[in-house]
Design a protein around this ligand. Structure first.
Ligand SMILES: NC(=O)c1ccc[n+]([C@@H]2O[C@H](COP(=O)([O-])OP(=O)(O)OC[C@H]3O[C@@H](n4cnc5c(N)ncnc54)[C@H](OP(=O)(O)O)[C@@H]3O)[C@@H](O)[C@H]2O)c1
Length: 330
């Protein structure tokens, strides 16, 4: 496993980070066996992964509880990241949310405490003051954010912020033009999530009928499925035109398609660690192996060329769930 240092906070993190959302049993993912989830986290740690992300929103704290059980007795071996939600970003709200997360994680500190989605109403300095207070109390070690657009990132000036967690993959590159350069200019590490586009970039979904109905809640898919928070047309045609071309590029090199997807993010400037989901030990083992695969330059160039063709067709809104008022990024 390779490691990188998050500049703002001097944490040495594994370049492959593990997400816990799909362990939570939330509606979009469906149930997962708890024992398998815990063993997957153990396997990740045994293979050198020391950076694990969770959130209270992942099925009402269920993912944090599983993570807490998995790290029992090994707390010092892992950098635990979790989050406070939009309506909790006040001084009192964050204090309460942090205590609840600590309880579920069965830990007395959180390594990286993040804003899950920014608030347009809670004053920015109040949120930062709440973070600083939690740091002083020793309940959190470092601050991170998720889904921060340019204006939000600007507001972080003067604070040591480790990461901006953002939706990013060969299919979803809206953050590249403004959010990445802005974050990098403030030494905030880009932490990509949904790197496999929730399974699409593994190549296992050949057409829309293969995609489990509850997972069609994201903006990849049409709002007509009535699974999510948006009502736009989705990008099913664009995506299912693109995937066979990417698969052909991977086949030509004798590589799995997901290896191209993971290597693309691994090698992006400003990305120290990539946040990958895996709901079983088998997926985890495959994903780490693919993450570490060296991709011939001509194959990567072909993947990026195909993705460059797709990019302008996918719109400008990076929010994977909402489109109302242009989405929740600002
Ligand atoms: N900050 C935020 O707003 C935010 C938002 C979303 C996610 N996140 C974080 O990012 C993490 C990763 O994103 P994600 O889990 O949503 O998406 P992802 O990593 O793109 O996809 C993960 C899912 O793809 C499938 N998969 C993974 N590896 C596979 C393999 N080798 N073969 C076949 N299928 C495979 C699995 O689902 P199936 O087996 O069911 O197909 C798995 O749960 C999350 O766990 C969470 O921690 C953060």
């Amino acid at each position: 496993m390779d490691y990188a240092v998050l500049k703002a906070v001097d944490f040495r993190v594994s370049r492959f980070a593990l997400g816990t959302w799909s362990f939570s049993g939330s509606r979009n993912w469906g149930p997962n066996d708890e024992k398998e989830s815990i063993e997957t986290i153990h396997m990740a740690m045994d293979l050198g992964v020391n950076f694990i992300d969770s959130a209270p929103k992942y099925n009402d704290g269920a993912a944090e509880v599983i993570l807490g059980k998995a790290i029992k007795g090994r707390r010092d071996k892992v950098i635990v990241a979790t989050k406070a939600y939009t309506d909790e970003l006040t001084r009192d709200g964050m204090a309460k949310a942090c205590d609840a997360s600590l309880k579920r994680l069965a830990s007395d500190y959180i390594d990286l405490y993040q804003v899950h989605w920014p608030s347009r109403t809670i004053p920015f300095p109040e949120t930062m003051a709440a973070f600083e207070k939690l740091k002083t109390a020793g309940k959190i070690r470092a601050i991170g954010v998720c889904n921060y657009g340019v204006k939000c990132v600007e507001g972080l000036k003067g604070h040591a912020v480790a990461t901006n967690q953002l939706p990013y993959s060969l299919l979803w590159r809206q953050i590249e033009d403004e959010i990445i350069p802005k974050s990098r200019s403030q030494e905030i590490s880009i932490w990509p999530y949904c790197p496999l586009a929730q399974g699409l970039l593994t190549g296992k979904f050949k057409n829309i009928d293969d995609v489990p109905l509850p997972r069609r809640n994201v903006r990849f898919y049409s709002g007509a499925w009535k699974q999510g928070l948006h009502s736009d047309g989705g990008f099913e045609k664009e995506i299912f035109d693109f995937l066979p071309k990417l698969q052909a590029a991977a086949d030509k090199a004798g590589l799995p398609m997901a290896a191209l997807a993971l290597a693309f993010l691994r090698d992006r400037p400003g990305v120290d660690s990539v946040l990958v989901g895996a709901r079983s030990r088998e997926q985890l083992r495959d994903n780490i192996k693919m993450f570490e695969t060296r991709i011939p330059p001509e194959t990567m160039a072909e993947a990026i060329r195909l993705s460059d063709d797709l990019k302008p067709k996918m719109g400008k809104n990076p929010d994977l769930w909402q489109s109302e008022n242009g989405g929740r990024f600002f």
